[in-house]
Design a protein around this ligand. Structure first.
Ligand SMILES: Cc1cc2nc3c(=O)[nH]c(=O)nc-3n(C[C@H](O)[C@H](O)[C@H](O)COP(=O)(O)OP(=O)(O)OC[C@H]3O[C@@H](n4cnc5c(N)ncnc54)[C@H](O)[C@@H]3O)c2cc1C
Length: 468
């Protein structure tokens, strides 16, 4: 979609910004539109690199006056729908974080990453509920729920949210909490950024310093044995232990440990966050004994600040395609299907096919919004493949479709907001991320706060009058 913005209106906007605005062809446009996921190419009509709430308000008003939609990007880890032809607000210059050690809370700006907060919170022995990598934006992560290796014990970060400052579709700034705008507060904690642009977010922190975590890594030929043992073991674990298994096709890069370089492996991974990290070692012992000598055993004491070492996610921008489904169980039939599509001799082009355990506090969302559908899924499966060229992307997308087909009998049909892939956030998939009664409330909120669907470049909850 081609949208041309008049020079004079653009100059008026620019004069009122502390940040910068870039139209197509202008210097800075490509850089400010580029996402971490290089496969998510966006062509906004204008990109505004915001320096604060006032810039965001100006950008939203400008978009509305021009009849344009608004998208927002902190890192570009989670572009659900490319902001083509809209006004993209880039928040990457807003990375301020402030910790209140007495109240045990953090307030972070729109573009802050978990890695920014870790430094400030750990000095007080406090920790936020980060995901598998600390290079994801905190606000975007929380808008979709947000869970990681502390999830089964502490739940989604959205459930720890206590307050947000939000620029609404009218370009107004409102403070949203359980006391002020309670219904909007409920919807914001998982509503995927559908109701406005968060300028800053406040949430609870927890006293966490050292954990017990790591990986037991085996040759992929052992996948069935590992999955069988994992299915039995994980069913009995306390909520303090969050776990997963992943098929990995490790790239042959010199930076990676020699025993793994260029190998296809299966890893059993986890993290224990109970009071005494040593108890985690006891919990892992049966797996060590049953599965025998691994290629690598990295389980041990892990400082909270080093938790990225458990998932080993890539840090630098990369082109990737991904797809996720929720599973009802890891039955022998499900395991057979997984080994068939990702095990030895499968020819899988995926870098990773991971199955993470759910349950615990991720299920007990109480009065908070769940972003994982109706509930009842025991595991979430997530496949990721490299997509540096359109041809690679095509091959990976086709393979992900094959994985989806092979595991269909074991899927619950629910989806998870944060794992909805680029271009894959269809009305049906978004609907499947919420319980029906929650979706009704979310649509009512959208009707009230964004009836024109200004905020549409996301995992979109359309207003009831919109064409679906
Ligand atoms: C390598 C990798 C690992 C991941 N691991 C996990 C994990 O362990 N657990 C998990 O839950 N998720 C995980 N995710 C998913 C991730 O949390 C989502 O993609 C999230 O949306 C990323 O947020 P971002 O701001 O970094 O990305 P962006 O692409 O910048 O933003 C994504 C979306 O978030 C919303 N958003 C961002 N900023 C704002 C704002 N200021 N106001 C309103 N809405 C906003 C918008 O809808 C935007 O389109 C992972 C993703 C990747 C690529």
């Amino acid at each position: 979609m081609e949208t041309v913005i008049q020079g004079s209106t653009l100059e008026t906007l620019r004069a009122g910004l502390r940040g910068t605005a870039h139209a197509p062809g202008e210097e800075g446009y490509e850089e400010a539109s580029r996402a971490w996921n290089l496969a998510a190419y966006q062509q906004p009509a204008l990109v505004v690199v915001a320096k604060g709430a006032a810039d965001m308000m100006a950008a939203v008003r400008f978009a509305r006056e021009g009849g344009l939609g608004v998208g927002v990007m902190a890192t570009g880890h989670g572009v659900g729908a490319a902001c083509d032809g809209g006004v993209l607000i880039n928040t990457s210059n807003m990375r301020g974080v402030r910790v209140d050690p007495v109240a045990r809370t953090a307030r972070v700006e729109a573009g802050a990453l978990w890695t920014d907060l870790i430094h400030e919170s750990q000095v007080h022995g406090l920790a936020g509920l980060l995901g598998s990598t600390s290079y994801v934006g905190i606000v975007g992560y929380t808008m979709g729920g947000g869970f990681g290796w502390l999830g089964r014990k502490y739940g989604f970060n959205a459930a720890s949210m206590t307050e947000a400052d939000l620029v609404t579709a009218d370009g107004e700034l409102v403070r949203v909490s359980a006391e002020g705008h309670p219904e909007l507060f409920w919807g914001l904690g998982g509503g995927g950024g559908n109701f406005g642009i968060v300028t800053s977010l406040k949430f609870d922190l927890y006293p966490i310093g050292t954990l017990y975590g790591g990986n037991l890594i085996y040759p992929v030929e052992k996948a069935k044995e590992v999955l069988d043992a994992y299915a039995r073991w994980s069913a009995e674990l306390p909520d303090e232990m969050s776990t997963g298994v992943a098929f990995l096709n490790v790239p042959p890069l010199p930076a990676l440990p020699e025993p793994l370089r260029g190998k296809s492996v299966i890893t059993l991974r986890g993290c224990y966050c109970g009071e005494s990290p040593g108890d985690g070692e006891e919990l892992v012992r049966p797996m060590r004994e049953e599965l025998g000598e691994p290629i690598m055993d990295t389980f041990g004491m892990v400082p909270y600040a080093a938790m990225d070492s458990i998932s080993m996610d890539p840090v630098d921008p990369m082109g990737a395609r991904q797809h996720s489904e929720m599973l009802s169980d890891l039955s022998p039939e499900a395991i057979e299907a997984l080994v068939d599509v990702a095990g030895a001799g499968s020819g899988s082009p995926l870098i990773m096919l991971e199955i993470r355990q759910l349950g615990g506090a991720l299920e007990r969302t109480a009065d908070r919004l769940s972003t994982m559908g109706k509930g009842g899924s025991k595991f979430i499966m997530n496949g990721v493949g490299p997509a540096f060229t359109p041809e690679m992307a095509e091959g990976v997308v086709a393979y992900l479709a094959r994985v989806t087909e092979a595991t269909r009998p074991f899927q619950t049909g629910d989806t998870y907001v944060n794992f909805m892939e680029l271009g894959g956030a269809s009305a049906e998939r978004v609907k499947a991320a919420y319980a029906p009664e929650d979706l009704e409330r979310l649509v009512a909120l959208k009707d009230r706060y964004d009836p024109q669907n200004v905020f549409r470049f996301n995992r979109n909850i359309a207003p009831s009058k919109a064409e679906r």
